[in-house]
Ligand binder design. Structure first.
Ligand SMILES: Nc1ncnc2c1ncn2[C@@H]1O[C@H](COP(=O)(O)OP(=O)(O)OP(=O)(O)O)[C@@H](O)[C@H]1O
Length: 258
């Protein structure tokens, strides 16, 4: 079957100006940091695509550009036919952006937040209620629906933020470091859910530095080093001769070693 490209990243670039403080932290005399450097890749409809790379490789910056949170300096991303540069508001309707760092307003309840974000996305009340009931049950939020976020456990907060990021049932899900900072049980709930979303036909882009997550979930992998796409291939091809970890280090030494 012919694969359909649903997300196309072309020649994406992003450079940050560094403050004196950032220069000190990053131990550099340079006034700028090239975070993403002419990065390109494509994702097919219905797959889980992983961006794998070490800390500071540019994964988060890339995903923020894909999600229209920051604007590329140059290059573009076409998501389901729409440009993140030219029509970011339309892209936002098609995607869900998730990060394990998302913090919810502590004063509100999961029930309130779900309704609030549904209204922002213009979800019909009937659809909203059906979706809320299903998602809250799936994640065990139903018992805590009227508890303020401040009083929820960390795992329940994470599950709530995941659910409220998907109120509009997007076809494309962009997830920065899905399991970072999560306990093993919540992490498992999240990765199982990503597999379920894939089974429903959703397209998922994840960034991670965790090999086992890629091995368990991803169909194809892009290895990002120093803001560049070094290798992009199927997980199967990348792990044909050696483990993903060994392959990664081989590529890393070839690329970053010089
Ligand atoms: N707003 C910013 N201002 C200055 N430098 C930045 C900014 N955001 C990111 N950077 C720098 O750009 C580079 C890429 O960062 P990015 O967060 O995209 O990497 P990453 O691959 O997601 O790594 P991590 O796993 O550590 O989050 C890093 O050197 C980072 O310090």
């Amino acid at each position: 079957m012919e694969k359909e490209v649903i997300l196309k990243v072309s020649d994406l670039c992003k450079t940050f100006k560094l403050s004196k403080k950032q220069q000190k932290i990053q131990n550099t005399a340079s006034k700028v940091k090239v975070a993403v450097d002419h990065l390109s890749f494509e994702a097919y409809k219905g797959e889980i695509f992983g961006l794998l790379g070490p800390n500071g490789a540019g994964k988060t910056t890339t995903l923020r550009m894909l999600s229209t949170l920051i604007r590329p300096d140059s290059g573009d991303v076409i998501i389901d036919g729409v440009s993140v540069v030219k029509q970011p508001e339309l892209v936002r309707e098609k995607i869900g952006f998730l990060t394990s760092e998302l913090k919810l307003e502590e004063f509100f309840t999961p029930n309130y937040l779900f309704d609030f974000f549904s209204d922002l996305h213009g979800v019909e009340p009937q659809v909203r209620e059906e979706r809320k009931a299903r998602m809250f049950k799936r994640f065990g939020i139903d018992q805590f629906a009227e508890v303020k976020v401040a009083n929820l456990s960390t795992g329940m907060k994470q599950k709530t933020s995941l659910v409220v990021s998907l109120v509009h049932d997007p076809d494309i899900i962009i997830f920065d470091e899905p399991t970072n900072g999560l306990d093993v049980i919540t992490a498992r709930t999240v990765t199982d859910y990503l597999a379920e979303l894939k089974a429903e036909g959703k397209t998922i882009i994840v960034s991670t530095h965790i090999f086992s997550l890629v091995e368990r979930l991803c169909d194809r992998v892009g290895i990002v080093i120093n803001g560049q796409m070094t290798v992009c291939d199927t997980l199967k091809a990348l792990t044909a001769e050696k483990s993903l970890e060994d392959k990664f280090f081989e590529i890393y030494m070839e690329t970053a070693g010089d």
